[in-house]
Unconditional design. Structure first.
Length: 202
């Protein structure tokens, strides 16, 4: 957890062990005007947490920051630090279409936020072959106070280990107001590694 003091780490992990879920992740198809995601199975759904797990599968943990593959549960854990964000949406994309996400998840701050870290966990079986990801954040717009939230912007995870620049990448578009769908850099999901049991079976 780069940038955190030891005491801050302990507070985040203590909060993670005490939080009780009060809701579920809302999962919805792409809502961009240029995307048609209204067909059949693309309708809005809810990721239900596992009844046998103390910590619901979709809630995730605030550490480590960035995206982490968890082989034992075959899931990805996403954790994003933001002090002032009021709404966070995670988008997952296929490499061949960095404009329209195949999955968009709106995080519920009641269960997907610990301190200043927003987090969730997504099963590999639900990501529809996505290999790229980005965020949309809403929050205050007050340049005098240093706040320039733009809910239309697709944002790169600052902890992404690998970055993908789409063919239509535009630094100018990223610096101007308005949507940057398909024109902003995206993070790349880390490769999946087999569990120790799977490795032995091979």
């Amino acid at each position: 957890m780069g940038g955190y003091s030891c005491s801050h780490r302990r507070r985040l992990l203590r909060r993670a062990s005490l939080v009780r879920p009060r809701g579920h992740t809302r999962v919805h198809p792409c809502r961009h005007s240029h995307c048609d995601r209204s067909r059949g199975a693309q309708d809005e759904a809810v990721l239900m947490p596992s009844a046998s797990s103390r910590w619901p599968d979709d809630t995730g943990t605030p550490a480590p920051l960035g995206v982490t593959y968890l082989p034992d549960s075959d899931t990805y854990n996403f954790a994003l630090y933001s002090t002032y964000a009021s709404r966070v949406i995670l988008h997952l994309y296929r490499r061949e279409d960095p404009v329209c996400p195949v999955l968009s998840v709106t995080l519920d701050p009641r269960v997907h936020k610990s301190g200043r870290v927003w987090h969730c966990r997504i099963p590999v079986t639900t990501i529809n072959d996505a290999v790229l990801y980005g965020y949309q954040l809403d929050g205050p717009f007050n340049p005098a106070a240093g706040h320039r939230f733009d809910s239309e912007k697709v944002l790169l995870d600052p902890y992404a280990r690998t970055i993908f620049f789409p063919p239509a990448y535009s630094r100018e578009a990223c610096s101007q107001p308005g949507s940057t769908a398909g024109r902003a850099p995206l993070g790349v999901l880390p490769p999946r590694q087999p569990t120790s049991n799977q490795a032995k079976e091979r």
